[in-house]
Write a protein that binds this ligand. Structure first.
Ligand code: CU
Length: 356
């Protein structure tokens, strides 16, 4: 008996040590997505016809771990064909799942369902978007969403992050808001600019606590170049397109174009305050030619006294506008109901006349 107890203690210690180095078991995550025609309130004076993943713009969060298998059923409820490209995934041994029409698959026709099966074979800030008529569907119809793949071996800095902020940037053309199948050519005029599909004042604040370690992930989801500038803070640029930089560097402005992503980590080190965070491409802070509009947000520190003159004094706060709450929920697909559009009243009539 005594001998076995002497052996038992070091054995448990050895097993614990071995387990700590064991990679987490990969899992299969099955998800259901739809593509719907809805109207999105981009700004107080702009309702826009979009193709929306699960009815929302941006689309729902896909969150998985490096090595997980993803099975994603996509049902097309719209009047045009689409595919989904999983941007950043390598599609190792699954090239037919790359989502490019007429290259890897036929377009998913109206009413059809297609199942994508592939491995999260690369970690990082990835995303998904339609690959049919990308100038229109991605450029001005909101067909994009975030896919965050947690790395098996995060850095010490990444482990400190306790608040995630996902920001997807795009532009809009009021002249083409009403009619599917039009717009986003070099001859069209972009006159609204947005983060997560909304132009100020329909954007939301980022609420912070002193001591938070924040990771902002910016995505160039649309066709424009953005230059996001944060007031009052400096961040460390840790990743480009979800890939770790050999030499992370510090800055307070980040320039990115279509398709690009950057991970930016910073400390919320003020006791209180409100610090704006905005696009420094000057015309991007307008809407229909008037200031202020576009991708503007404010970092609001908890406990900061409210002022009567504060522009967002009575803001109806959505804590998940930047996916901050969804990123805490584990792995799978997570919807953000407040990012949904509404079914247009005219669609019902249109369908009836088509049927008749
Ligand atoms: Cu499409």
């Amino acid at each position: 008996m005594r001998m076995s107890r002497i052996l038992f203690v070091p054995l448990v210690a050895l097993l614990t040590w071995l387990m700590a180095g064991t990679p987490v078991q990969a899992q299969t995550l099955e998800m259901n997505m739809t593509i719907d025609e809805v109207e999105l309130a981009v700004a107080p004076d702009l309702k826009y016809k979009v193709f929306a993943f699960n009815g929302q713009v941006p689309g729902p969060l896909i969150h998985a771990r490096e090595g997980d298998d993803l099975v994603i059923n996509v049902k097309n409820n719209t009047s045009l064909s689409h595919t989904i490209h999983w941007h950043g995934f390598h599609q190792t041994n699954s090239w037919r799942m790359d989502g490019v029409p007429d290259i890897t698959q036929p377009g998913i026709k109206p009413g059809e369902t297609f199942t994508y099966k592939f491995k999260a074979d690369r970690p990082g800030t990835l995303w998904y978007h339609c690959h049919v008529n990308v100038n229109e569907h991605v450029g001005i119809r909101g067909m994009w969403g975030p896919a965050i793949i947690d790395p098996a071996n995060p850095t010490d800095l990444e482990k400190k992050v306790n608040r995630e902020v996902l920001m997807m940037f795009s532009t809009w053309e009021s002249a083409n808001a009403e009619k599917y199948g039009t717009g986003s050519t070099p001859y069209d005029v972009e006159d609204y600019f947005s983060v997560n599909g909304r132009s100020f004042p329909y954007t939301q604040p980022i609420r912070l606590k002193t001591g938070d370690v924040v990771r902002v992930r910016v995505f160039g989801a649309g066709g424009a170049i953005h230059s996001m500038h944060i007031h009052g803070h400096d961040w460390t640029v840790t990743h480009k397109d979800g890939l770790p930089l050999a030499s992370p560097y510090m800055s307070e402005t980040v320039l990115f174009g279509p398709g690009e992503r950057y991970d930016l980590i910073y400390n919320a080190n003020h006791k209180e305050g409100r610090f704006i965070f905005h696009d420094h491409v000057d015309k991007h802070v307008t809407a229909r030619g008037k200031h202020p509009g576009g991708p503007i947000t404010v970092q609001e520190y908890e406990g900061t006294p409210m002022d009567d003159w504060y522009v967002w004094k009575n803001k109806d706060f959505d804590p998940d506008f930047f996916y901050t709450e969804s990123m805490k929920k584990g792995y799978g697909l997570f919807e953000q109901p407040k990012l949904r559009g509404t079914k247009p009243a005219t669609q019902e009539r249109g369908h009836r006349s088509n049927a008749g």
